[in-house]
Design a protein around this ligand. Sequence first.
Ligand code: TMP
Length: 212
Amino acid sequence: MRGYFVSFEGPDGAGKSTVLKEVLDKIGPKLKTQYLVTREPGGSKIAEKIRDIILDPANDKMDAKTEALLYAAARSQHVEEIIRPALSEGKIVFSDRFVDSSLAYQGEGRDLGIKEVKQINDFATGKLDPDLTFFLDIAPEVGLNRIQKLRPGQEDRLEQENMAFHKKVYAGFLKVKNLYPDRFVTIDASQPIDDVVNQVIETLEKRLPEIF
Ligand code: TMP
């Protein structure tokens, strides 16, 4: 059986990590093959070190291109060391964020251009694309509000950006999902978590029946 690559995307505070954990708690034992859950930026030892540099609020002078390249560098390591080997062993890889986050945050949010950021990521990943991408859709105001309630005063460098930036990122995600309509599935993340989790599972059963 071939491996499958499933990514979860969305603005800050969409609840991706919680949803991913609850989905795997429910379906993990039922899956036919082994799976792994990973995240970006990070997912491997070197990539997690790059994550610390990117998200450190002290690095407020970081240039937008530096930021985009660091995300791509972390991703390259993550793909080569973790994702590609797992896929060639026929595993299912569930990733909390992937290239689409760079297209929305750096391409649109930082004005570097979606096309330009896609090019550096194609170089970094050898053009690896997910088979299926969940977009957990939440208005930026609602997402940030959730984070401020959850972890008051502990926002990372990206979360600390102003609302105008987060609105651009959200608009970026809408553009990116329109670029890849076959791969993207949008789930309303303002619903109660149980509903979000169930809709993700129903979609997996429909789109990837062979993994169950
Ligand atoms: P996280 O909160 O989902 O762990 O992600 C950390 C932050 O990094 C979040 O604000 C989104 C941002 N990000 C980018 O700007 N570009 C990327 O390519 C990725 C993967 C994340």
